[in-house]
Design a protein around this ligand. Sequence first.
Ligand SMILES: [Zn+2]
Length: 272
Amino acid sequence: MAENNISRRSRRQRRRSKETIAALVVIVAMLVCMAAVVISLSFAGSGVEIPARQAAGTPIRVESGAQQTAQAGQAGETQGSSFRQLSDPFLVLVNDEVPLPDNWEVTPSFIGEETVDIRIYDQLNSMMLAAEEDGVSLWICSGYRSVEEQEIILDRDIKLHMNNGMSEDEARELALRTIARPGHSEHHTGFVVDLNDVDDAFEETDTYRWLCEHAEDYGFVQRYRSDKVDITGIDNESWHYRYVGVENARQMNELNMCLEEYVQYLKEQGVT
Ligand SMILES: [Zn+2]
């Protein structure tokens, strides 16, 4: 009996330990599943690996490319892929109709965590320092963007829409409403910075008022303004500044012209 009791007890113990192991296996399996779900969800948002400086939390606002075609051709020969650029590189035109010139070269130069072409570095740096001296808070949230980076941004957005059940064509169409086609973003030039918050509220800040007064002294113009949407095809962007050179910036503001108009105007003046 005693032996029987012992063997029954040990059988019970073995059964209990088997149950414990089974329970542990189930718990571990559940944890593994949960971890897998968490990991896959966190990757679903990004879809494509993006460069470190974008992943560092800098918001990327890419100008809309979709509306741009609406007014294409309005400025005559200033549109189209056969567009003749002026010889002054600071007046290079890039929009939804006019791609970045094939031979365009950028020498990226770091300013903070972003880069711009080395040709505008000194002027941009001077503007940043002047703002600081005036007690104005100015920072660069986005600068030079390569065509490859633009492709990554576009692909990521397309995959995001496809994950939400869209076909690839639908996803691409939707993505292109808010993201410029690779090769057609002005950020490719290296002459562009998005400043501070890529947000319409930026227009209400002292920093924006300071820029309205001083940006041209450093060769920068607000590229997309509310009164030029019918020409640029892009909504008002109080944060997007384009370097065109001091004289050009002053003249553009005086003539109240956007770059499309100004380039056309110069061509009519015989500038090549
Ligand atoms: Zn921009």
